[in-house]
Ligand binder design. Structure first.
Ligand code: FES
Length: 129
């Protein structure tokens, strides 16, 4: 597995040029279409999806709207860091479709997640308070 890197030092003129990792995950749309999405360390799944022109979420990744919810494949259950209290609260407030529900804006990509599969979650109306 290759890692992202930047040219620097003697290649100072090329600084800022970065190469994307070869790690990737699969985003499965509600239609069943599978989209391969390249990973990049330290970017969220939401950001990576947007680089593939897949718009997800409505609050800019602030853990507020819950509209970037995805279902993590059962095979990955327990392999990602646990959701924070803030993420859990948002999922419970909006609509937590499954026990593998996560917010795409709350998962920061690591090359170790290569092969991850996440499913688009259907949008549900907000729960009434
Ligand atoms: S984009 Fe709003 S909670 Fe993730």
């Amino acid at each position: 597995m290759l890692r992202s890197f930047r040219f620097g030092g003697v290649f100072g003129g090329l600084s800022g040029l970065s190469v994307r990792s070869l790690s990737k995950f699969v985003y499965v749309r509600l239609s069943g279409e599978r989209v391969n999405v390249r990973g990049r360390e330290e970017e969220t799944l939401k950001d990576l999806l947007e680089e593939e022109d897949i718009s997800i979420g409505a609050c800019g990744g602030d853990l507020v709207c819950g509209r970037c919810q995805v279902y993590v494949d059962e095979a990955w259950k327990g392999k990602l860091p646990k959701p924070t209290e803030e993420e859990d609260e948002t999922l419970e407030t909006v609509y937590k479709g499954k026990d593998t529900s996560r917010l795409a804006c709350a998962i920061t990509w690591k090359d170790a997640y290569d092969g991850l599969v996440v499913y688009e979650a259907p949008q549900k109306p907000k729960k009434k308070a």
